[in-house]
Ligand binder design. Structure first.
Ligand SMILES: Nc1nc2c(ncn2[C@@H]2O[C@H](COP(=O)(O)OP(=O)(O)OP(=O)(O)O)[C@@H](O)[C@H]2O)c(=O)[nH]1
Length: 295
């Protein structure tokens, strides 16, 4: 068997360039959007793409996303640290909008690293040839990275050459994530796990083991606002009492922290309705376990 290659690719790009769309396209059906954060809690993992002998973990490169901020030494050193922990950086450019100050800001930050940088110009499905040439030239003028790949994350065009190139940059090493865990974690499962994580942080002894979180509903209230209704299952009334806390303080704390996590994940405002339900012995209930996707 040939050795496996795996590594982290740091994604950089202005808001709305299509990072999520690209990650989804790369990850395809072979994906798990993972909620845990290996190595450091700073890393928000967007997705994991796994092939027979390779695995790409796509993460956000923090610190270069807000071009209006002053480029402080501190931000630059954060970017450098993140890049040092990554095997490659992928800078995404919005082909529809062309190069702007935000892109130059990002390029400046990336140029200072020894980590290989790949540039992709996205949304080329909306560009005619003349416009495409213009934006590719402008991207080259940024003088960051060696290669520029025109792609359409939405249509899935141009992704193979880009993936090939990224794969070449992966060092030999074992997978970070078990490929068999790619069981298409749904968004609801991911959100439930993010909430459960906040419960686990604040509970002790037998309580963490007795907790499961179930998303009951995700409703789009407005373009920028989602209402998420979730239940925290526990097995006994006393566990329920612990989770609610005196004057409801515990559940409130959990709710606030979880809402923040969901907002970060979803990139939108979230209204979180959280309630605690006693479901005696759910761990021994086959139907409940099926529904939760626990084998
Ligand atoms: N025409 C076209 N639209 C695209 C393409 N890729 C993404 N988009 C659209 O661009 C918008 C932003 O895409 P996202 O993937 O959410 O962008 P993002 O960079 O992840 O945004 P953040 O998560 O806020 O960083 C969406 O409306 C996408 O449908 C593409 O290849 N072509």
């Amino acid at each position: 068997m040939s050795p496996t290659h795996s590594g982290f690719v740091a994604l950089a790009g202005r808001p709305n360039v299509g990072k999520s769309t690209l990650v989804n396209a790369m990850v395809g059906h072979k994906v798990a959007i993972v909620s845990d954060k290996p190595q450091t809690t700073r890393r928000a993992i967007r997705g994991v793409a796994t092939g027979p002998d390779w695995q790409l973990v796509l993460v956000d490169l923090p610190g270069v996303q807000r071009p209006r901020d002053a480029l402080t030494t501190r931000m630059q050193s954060r970017v450098e640290r993140e890049l040092a922990d990554s095997d490659a950086a992928l800078m995404l450019i919005n082909g529809l909008e062309g190069i702007g100050p935000g892109d130059r800001f990002i390029a400046d930050a990336l140029r200072k690293t020894s980590t290989p940088v790949i540039v992709a110009v996205n949304k080329v499905d909306k560009l005619n040839d003349a416009k495409l040439m213009e934006v590719l030239q402008a991207a080259a003028d940024l003088e960051v990275g060696d290669d520029i790949y025109p792609i359409s994350a939405r249509k899935g065009t141009g992704l193979e050459p880009l993936l090939d190139r990224l794969r070449e940059l992966l060092p030999e090493g074992p997978f970070y994530y078990d490929p068999s865990e790619e069981s298409d974690q749904t968004e609801a499962t991911l959100l439930a796990e993010l909430i459960r994580e906040q419960v686990l942080r604040r509970t002790f002894q037998e309580v963490p083991h007795a907790v499961e979180v179930v998303i009951d509903d995700i409703e789009e209230v407005r373009d920028d606002l989602l209402r998420v209704t979730a239940f925290i299952w526990v097995e006994t009334d006393s566990q329920k009492g612990i989770l609610i806390g005196a004057q409801g303080k515990m559940i409130k704390t959990i709710g606030t922290a979880a809402r923040r996590e969901l907002q970060r994940e979803l990139g939108r405002k979230v209204h979180l309705d959280l309630s605690v339900r006693v479901r005696k012995d759910w761990r021994g209930d086959d139907r409940a376990l099926d529904r939760l996707g626990i084998e």
